[in-house]
Design a protein around this ligand. Structure first.
Ligand code: 6PG
Length: 234
């Protein structure tokens, strides 16, 4: 994981800054070894960034046929459910770019046996993702690693079944070893409501069980000014 880097831009520049960083990392991985594995963040924050990546200039800058798309987590819903992270990424980006469908690897949030799906998905992941995109909730969670959750302490499995404190409760999530092994981690956070938690997550003394987003502390945090407001010199 390269980092720590903090990119702080205005609200107006944030989408372009996030799209630019992602496009550069995807291209760099393909130049490095002919392909790129990226895991997408869930939630609402990245939606406009995904949409921007399917528009000029980034749509033509990224060698999409060489990209393998994974997910950092998924809610316990079907792929066409409004709360599905796959649905968000598919509508904003994946349905709008030239990526082979066999290169898109959704987590099956509505699988009959969530534990079996976690194992299956773990087996589909590369040893180390080239690019991992994450968000952060105002409670300090990232992916579906929530404060105090057993999944935050998972050191063997690469994907775990987790329970969120708010619906959809059932989740599938990558675990800390996957975050630690990723080459480039980008954390996309915007908005004043997350400013204090951003500062807590980036403290050197942060307790990752209390603030799981600190697991990505050595990554590149792409923040708008409001989300960076509580950082020293933020
Ligand atoms: C999810 C995400 C989660 C998300 C944060 C922030 O499935 O919800 O993986 O970690 O990144 O909850 O969500 P927002 O971007 O919607 O604030």
């Amino acid at each position: 994981m390269n980092g720590p880097v903090r990119i702080v831009v205005s609200e107006e520049q944030w989408i372009a800054a996030a799209a630019q960083w992602i496009a550069e990392k995807l291209r760099a991985a393909v130049l490095r070894h002919g392909c790129c594995s990226v895991a997408l963040a869930g939630g609402e924050t990245p939606r406009p960034v995904y949409a921007a990546l399917a528009d000029p200039p980034w749509a033509s800058e990224v060698p999409w046929p060489q990209i393998e798309v994974f997910f950092s987590d998924e809610r316990g819903v079907s792929r066409d459910h409004p709360e599905s992270n796959f649905r968000t990424a598919h509508s904003a980006l994946l349905s709008r770019i030239a990526i082979p469908c066999e290169h898109v690897h959704p987590m099956l949030g509505d699988a009959e046996d969530a534990g079996a799906e976690a194992e299956r998905y773990a087996g589909s992941l590369p040893d180390a993702l080239d690019v991992l995109l994450l968000g952060m909730g105002a409670d300090g969670h990232t992916a579906s690693l929530f404060p105090g959750s057993p999944a935050v302490a998972e050191r063997q499995r690469k994907v775990a079944v987790a329970r969120a404190p708010h619906p959809p409760y059932l989740r599938l999530t990558i675990t800390p070893p996957v975050i630690e092994a990723a080459r480039d981690v980008g954390v996309l956070v915007r908005g004043a409501s997350k400013a204090s938690m951003v500062a807590r997550a980036l403290e050197a003394s942060a307790n990752c069980d209390e603030v799981p987003a600190c697991l990505a502390g050595r990554g590149t945090w792409i923040l708008d000014a409001a989300a960076a407001a509580s950082l020293h010199g933020g």
